[in-house]
Design a protein around this ligand. Structure first.
Ligand code: PLP
Length: 426
């Protein structure tokens, strides 16, 4: 391709993608948008720099100013997550998990975790980080009705398998899990306990989910860009006083799994931490309130929303079922919705066995809608659009036009120190 055309093609597609999200109802549960100040922080000179090591202990010169940023960020992360130890270097949730697995287990060890079919993440699987660390995976028995590990059976499994590491946390996550009891069983057999809070980190920090580090988890990992609304990146957190563990965790990130750790994104995380200290509790509260309202509104429209008896959700996610197991109805629904300007993802539900081709469900998230200022009233409007798209089968172009008009009222980033456009530069 002609070099200039190649560069132009990127500009054109990237602007088109921005317009697509600007004019749509974006409901991917793992996504969020940047505040103006965070966007500014990630655009500076730091993006080309290196700072291997920790503040004050660097392998390169030139890091003094960045040391200030990272030191402020570590302190802020300790406050935000209410813990003694924070590493803010990891470049993603997956990399945080790779680091934590390196620190907490060695090749050949046994790990217990949630299966991917039940909502565990691919990094908990032999195909991902667990496999790369050479760990032997045993998955928890699952309570499909409650969408959480079957606690008694999971405790029995942990006592029988005596793993070196018990890992908890999911990508499909509607409710807090009874962590303390399972963590106690793990500690009883000498295992360390890790909680992967990638999705729910902002809800945890905002005080509107559970608090894994106070419920038995020795280490918590997570992404910095999902319900925690920062730039793409990760955290590794612990409330342990054990300095050997803290050192192991730091070493597992650098030199373990990162060399450069994308300093501009660390700078963005530190600004996001500041904004979270100011607005995080309100943001977390509103995300969950919106998800609950969305679940109820979709059910009122006639959709099959999971976990009705538990109030549909206590997180940022809502799950809907669109056909029988492996019917592929979730995939078809996601496509129809996108034609109508609503961006979601198909998802496996209890009973589905085919991950890519045939899921029957959708996973819906409220973090971005909340961040652009939608409240529980707007969740009724969103449910109405779902109904027009999937039940009434209205003309897609006409629904899309109405979605775009509706969305035009929600174009500013909220819960931020400076107000600005949610979808800038278009
Ligand atoms: C539970 C869980 N862990 C880890 C990750 C990976 O996070 P990242 O995309 O930041 O690598 C995800 C991603 O959605 C997740 O759901």
């Amino acid at each position: 391709m002609d070099p200039r055309k190649q560069a132009e093609a990127v500009q054109i597609a990237s602007a088109a993608s921005g317009r697509h999200y600007r004019d749509s109802i974006p409901m991917i549960a793992s996504e969020n948008i940047l505040s103006p100040l965070v966007a500014k922080a990630i655009q500076g000179d730091l993006h080309g720099r290196y700072a291997e090591g920790l503040p004050g202990k660097r392998y390169y010169q030139g890091c003094d100013d960045f040391d200030t940023i990272e030191s402020i960020g570590i302190e802020s992360a300790r406050r935000v997550f209410g813990c003694r130890f924070a590493n803010i270097q990891s470049i993603s949730g997956t990399v945080s998990n790779m680091g934590a697995l390196k620190a907490l287990a060695k090749p050949g060890d046994t790990i217990t975790a949630v299966s991917t079919a039940d909502g565990g993440h691919i990094s908990h699987h032999p195909m991902g980080a667990v496999g790369m660390r050479g760990l032997n995976l045993v998955t928890y028995p699952w309570d499909e009705a409650r969408m959480e590990p079957d606690v008694d059976a999971a405790c029995a499994l942990i006592r029988e398998e005596e793993p070196e590491l018990a890992l908890f946390g999911q990508s499909v996550i509607l409710f807090p899990i009874p962590l303390q009891e399972m963590a106690d069983a793990a500690h009883e057999v000498g295992a360390k306990v890790m909680y992967d809070g990638a999705h729910v980190l902002g809800l945890i920090a905002g005080g509107h989910f559970q608090d894994p580090l106070q419920e038995g988890a020795d280490v918590m990992t997570g992404s910095s860009h999902k319900t925690f609304p920062g730039p793409q990146g990760g955290f590794v957190l612990s409330d342990s006083e054990d300095e050997t563990l803290q050192k192991k965790l730091n070493n597992a990130i650098f030199p373990g799994v990162c060399s450069s750790y994308h300093l501009h994104h660390v700078a963005g995380k530190v600004v996001a931490l500041a904004e979270f200290e100011a607005f995080g509790a309100d943001y977390a509260r509103d995300i969950v309130a919106n998800a609950k309202a969305l679940g109820a509104a979709l059910a009122a429209e006639g959709f099959d929303v999971l976990a009705e008896e538990r109030g549909y959700t206590s997180s940022h996610q809502v799950l809907t079922r669109h056909g029988g197991p492996d019917s592929g109805a979730g995939k078809r629904a996601a496509r129809t919705l996108e034609d109508c300007g609503i961006i979601t993802n198909m998802n496996m539900l209890p009973g589905d066995t085919k991950a890519m081709s045939g899921p029957s469900g959708l996973r819906l998230g409220t973090p971005e809608l909340t961040r652009v200022g939608m409240g529980t009233d707007e969740m009724q409007d969103v449910a109405r659009f779902f109904s027009r798209a999937l039940i009434e089968e209205d003309d897609a172009a006409s629904v899309r036009a109405d979605v775009s008009e509706f969305k035009s009222r929600f174009q500013i980033v909220h819960y931020a120190l400076e107000q600005g456009p949610a979808y800038p530069g278009l």
